[in-house]
Design a protein around this ligand. Sequence first.
Ligand SMILES: [Fe+2]
Ligand SMILES: [Fe+2]
Length: 285
Amino acid sequence: MSQTPAAPTAPLAPPGPDYGPTSQGLKDGGTVEPVREILWGSSVGIRKYETAEEVPEAMRKLIIKLMVVQADTEFASIQQHRPWLDQAPVLEDRWIEARIVADEARHGLQACRILRDFGEEGQQYIDELLKKREGEHKLDAFNMKFDRWSDVGAFTCFVDRVGVYQLRAFQECSYGPLARAMPLMLSEEQLHLNFGASVLRRMAKDGPKYYGTKAEAQEAIHKWFPRALDMFGHSHSETSMKAIEMGLKRWTNEEARARYLTEIAPIVHGMGLELPPTDFDRHVM
Ligand SMILES: [Fe+2]
Ligand SMILES: [Fe+2]
């Protein structure tokens, strides 16, 4: 029996970048239709995989690999943020720092829960992840320290924003439990990158009246922007092609990197700051 959602009693929220209209619909007693079929890749149109047991072997390996990297970045960023929990210069910044750390811990937990569904093998990876110390992580961006407050701003503005593209690439992917984890993680990440942009903007505009200097903000951009671009991975990565074919990822590394560049350039220029050339100090092309 199908139920007709109740008629809205208040005007719908204007379409926002995220989940405004959906939230309003739910408040009004509506439901959100889950997407059941695979939307892209070689199995388009068939039902999504909903349990670890039914996932084909090659896909199982790839989901584990992707979730290990995902969880590793979440746990690493907690280590990077930790010294700033009681050093953020402004009261509100200090609270947001604490909140970011809590969010990253939850994201790590969420990625590990997906790993745990893959039984003993997944649990072994979780045990290894929990032992990793600073400097032992997979991606360079997560082995670098936040030496100054401008690093916190640039990391959250640039590196967390890459994280958002990685999560958006998983949105509505062919593995149901992973697809369903995305909306909450994405809404939390949005806070992180808005915060990062706000730190850099305040440094650039107000200088020592806020904290630090415009020059420090610029130096931090030169430090983190190349590492952020590296995070997308090699342009002709076979793994990323496989992930698209399996319906796990939406974009190739190069497509995601191009989208990111289109988004970040006006944000940085709006702060009166500059981006270095895209090939500056790059390790992974
Ligand atoms: Fe995160
Ligand atoms: Fe984040």
